[in-house]
Design a protein around this ligand. Structure first.
Ligand code: MG
Length: 374
C-alpha cells in the first residue's frame, strides 16, 4: 500500500486555436503529469497545469518543486491523503499546481485501493454538472459566431472573456447576446483587466444584456474595489484570482468583496484545500463555481469529482479540455450537451492516459534518496 515509486512526465497540449484573455494570448500548454505507484503496483494519476500569471508556475518550476515534494510522500500511506497534503503544504509556499498533481494522484490511488470513486471519498452529491463554454477575446462578430456554434452543440451557458477597452468589451457582449437570443446564460470574465472606474461603466452598460455574473473585474489584491463593486454593481461579482486558499476566501467574505467565489484546484493546491474554500464560502453564504486553467482531461475529471461531491458548487466552468487539439487522456468526465458526466469506476474513474504522448522527466523511488532526472 505505501507509495513506492513516482514518475514525473511532461505533455504538450496545443489548443485548437489561440486563446486570448486580458492578460495575454496562448497557443498551447505544457502540463506535468505524475504517476504514483504503490508496493502492489497500483497506480494513481495526477496533472499540474502551470499558470505563470495566476500561480506563478511554469513547467520548469513544477519539475523543480517535485524534487522538494516527491521525496516527502515516498513510503507514505495513500489512505492518509490529508497527511500527504499537510506535508506538501508545509514543505514550500505556493507551487500549488505541483502540489495538486501529487494530491490528485494520491486520491486516485486511494480510491482505486478502496474501490471507491473520489467523488464518494469527498462527500457525494450528484453525478453530473452543467458547464459553460468559454470564448476568448476576439472581435465581436467572431465571438458571436463562436457563441452560436457552441449553443448549437448544446451549451446553455457562455463565458465571455473581456477586460480590454471598455467600449469594445460592451460591443462583444452585445454582439453575443444579439446572436444567441434570450435563452442562453451569459457570464463575463475580465481577468483583472479593468480599473474601478472602467468596471463601473462596463457593468452598468452590460447589465442590459442580461449578464448573470462578472468574474474578477479588478486586480486580485484590490479587495476594497471588489467590495465597492459587490455593493453597487447591477451584475453580481465573482472573485477568482483574489481567492487561492480558504484564508483568502475568509478575507473576501469578511470584506464583502464578492457574491461568488471561483474555486480552481490549481490555485488551491488540491481537493482538500478546495473543500476548505467551499466550507468557508458556504458558511459565509457565498456560492462557488469551480473553474479550470488550460487543463487536460485528467485534471478536469478531478474537478468534476469535486463538483459532484460538493453542494456549495452551484455552477461550473470546466471546459478547457474541449479546446485542446488532442487530449492526453481517453475517457474521464465526458461532456454531453453542456453537461460533464462523472465516469464509472474507482478513483478518478475509467480513463486511460495515453502514455505514448508523455515525456518521462524524472523517477523517484523508495530507497533512493536523491532524485533521478532522466
Ligand atoms: Mg477567471
Amino acid at each position: 500500500m505505501p507509495i513506492r515509486r513516482v514518475e514525473v512526465y511532461t505533455v504538450e497540449l496545443p489548443y485548437r486555436k489561440p486563446f486570448t484573455i486580458s492578460m495575454g494570448t496562448s497557443v498551447s500548454s505544457t502540463d506535468v503529469v505524475v504517476k504514483l505507484i504503490d508496493d502492489e503496483g497500483r497506480i494513481g494519476w495526477g496533472e499540474a497545469s502551470p499558470s505563470r500569471r495566476v500561480t506563478g508556475e511554469s513547467e520548469d518550476t513544477i519539475l523543480a518543486a517535485m524534487n522538494a515534494l516527491v521525496p516527502l510522500i515516498i513510503k507514505e500511506d495513500p489512505m492518509n491523503v490529508e497527511r500527504i497534503e499537510e506535508k506538501l503544504s508545509k514543505a514550500i509556499l505556493g507551487n500549488t499546481a505541483a502540489k495538486l498533481a501529487l494530491e490528485m494522484a494520491a486520491f486516485d490511488l486511494k480510491g482505486k485501493i478502496l474501490g471507491v470513486r473520489v467523488r464518494d471519498l469527498l462527500g457525494g452529491y450528484t453525478d453530473r454538472v452543467e458547464t459553460d463554454f468559454t470564448i476568448g477575446i476576439m472581435p465581436p462578430e467572431e465571438m458571436a459566431s463562436d457563441a452560436v456554434k457552441h449553443v448549437e452543440s448544446g451549451f446553455r451557458i457562455l463565458k465571455l472573456k473581456v477586460g480590454t477597452d471598455v467600449n469594445e468589451d460592451i460591443a462583444r457582449v452585445k454582439a453575443v447576446r444579439d446572436a444567441v437570443g434570450g435563452g442562453v446564460r451569459i457570464r463575463i470574465d475580465a481577468n483583472q483587466g479593468w480599473s474601478l472606474k472602467q468596471a463601473k461603466k462596463a457593468l452598468s452598460e452590460m447589465a442590459r444584456y442580461d449578464v448573470e455574473l462578472a468574474e474578477q473585474p479588478l486586480r486580485w489584491y484590490d479587495l476594497e474595489g471588489m467590495a465597492e463593486l459587490t455593493r453597487t454593481s447591477p451584475i453580481p461579482i465573482m472573485a477568482d484570482e483574489s481567492v487561492h486558499s480558504a484564508r483568502d476566501a475568509l478575507l473576501v467574505a469578511e470584506m464583502g468583496a464578492a457574491d461568488y467565489i471561483n474555486i480552481k484546484l490549481t490555485k488551491a493546491g488540491g481537493l482538500l484545500e478546495a473543500r476548505r474554500i467551499a466550507a468557508v464560502s458556504e458558511a459565509a453564504g457565498i456560492p462557488n463555481m469551480i473553474g479550470c486553467m488550460m487543463e487536460g482531461g485528467l485534471s478536469i475529471t478531478a474537478a468534476v469529482h469535486f463538483a459532484t461531491a460538493t453542494r456549495n458548487v452551484v455552477t461550473t466552468d470546466l471546459d478547457s479540455d474541449i479546446s485542446l487539439k488532442e487530449d492526453f487522456v481517453e475517457g474521464g468526465a465526458r461532456c454531453e450537451g453542456g453537461f460533464r458526466i462523472l465516469p464509472e469506476g474507482p478513483g478518478l474513474g475509467e480513463l486511460r492516459v495515453r502514455e505514448g504522448r508523455l515525456k518521462l522527466r524524472a523517477v523517484y523511488e523508495e530507497g533512493r534518496e536523491s532524485t533521478t532526472p532522466l
